[in-house]
Design a protein around this ligand. Structure first.
Ligand SMILES: O=C(O)CCC(=O)C(=O)O
Length: 285
């Protein structure tokens, strides 16, 4: 991406909390084949994260072809640094998310409204991005992701909740209003109703800010850790596969109380200043 494209992406992202980059990585046939090759090797490692939504973590690093395509040319690091406005970024996690088509009347394949800081709150601030590369067409019918435009500035579940502007700052759990971790947003849809119950005026704002991020294979979407998002069932007849990389500002410190599950501590490696580091979290070129 050119510096001008990165600047434009950053300006849009700052305002909206998401941005779509058309044709960022086409064609995707080789990438889809590489992901399928990993899936075929370790089918038992695929996890159902919500009914009808499957994922395999670590897929990119399990495939030299994917590693080269995703990390090799530096596009992922470049777009994450631009959106986060920082100099160094690290990979938090990578995965392929899959939604097989559901039969008529079935309800599987939905992901409830949530924001990613609900499960990345072990970083001291919500300065992460989720960078999603479509391997198949993502439409309203195939369960495309939907965002609430500008909701990264609503700052629900953070200390600065309700304040205008600013996507920086630390967010101690004890001073939060609605803690998004009380709901496993992936599998239930209680977060928005709960927020609306606290502030009935929000209902109209939610409706006005819904955007479905339709993507063609090779398009990339990026969203902020506080952007509220979810996705619908895949009733479109074809499968929907998305390669997702969560990337964080490398200056962030690790906060143990923010771990979604205490067991995760066994995976955590930090440097002498308490920042996530090690081979699980490489610096991105
Ligand atoms: O792809 C989707 O439907 C949802 C992905 C998501 O929740 C995320 O990337 O944080």
């Amino acid at each position: 991406m050119s510096p001008d494209q990165l600047r434009a992406a950053r300006a849009f992202f700052d305002e909206h909390g998401w941005v779509v980059l058309r044709g960022a990585l086409t064609p995707t046939d080789g990438l889809a084949a590489a992901a399928e090759e990993v899936l075929a090797r370790v089918p038992q490692a695929v996890v159902e994260v919500a009914p009808g939504v499957r994922q395999l973590a670590g897929v990119t690093r399990a495939s030299p072809a994917l590693e080269e395509a995703i990390f090799g040319s530096g596009w992922l690091g470049a777009i994450a640094r631009a959106c986060l406005g920082c100099e160094r970024v690290r990979l938090l996690q990578d995965l392929v998310l899959m939604k097989p088509a559901v039969t008529a009347g079935a309800t599987g394949g939905r992901i409830g409204w949530h924001h990613d800081f609900a499960y990345t709150g072990y970083l001291e601030a919500p300065r992460t991005v989720s960078v999603r590369l479509a391997l198949d067409a993502e439409t309203a019918e195939t369960g495309a992701m939907e965002v609430l435009d500008g909701s990264h500035r609503w700052r629900f579940g953070t200390r600065a909740e309700g304040e205008a502007g600013g996507s920086e700052g630390s967010v101690p759990r004890e001073s939060q209003g609605v803690d998004p971790r009380v709901h496993d947003g992936f599998v239930d849809d209680r977060l928005l109703p709960e927020l609306i119950a606290r502030d009935p005026g929000l209902a109209a704002r939610v409706e006005a800010s819904r955007r479905v991020l339709c993507l063609a294979p090779g398009d990339v979407s990026v969203h902020h850790a506080l952007t509220l998002h979810g996705s619908r069932a895949n009733t479109g007849g074809g499968r929907r596969r998305t390669l997702i990389h969560h990337v964080f500002d490398a200056s962030l410190r690790f906060v143990e109380e923010g771990l979604p599950s205490p067991d995760m501590i066994y995976w955590i490696e930090t440097d002498e200043e308490g920042r996530l580091a090690g081979p699980l979290h490489p610096l991105l070129p």
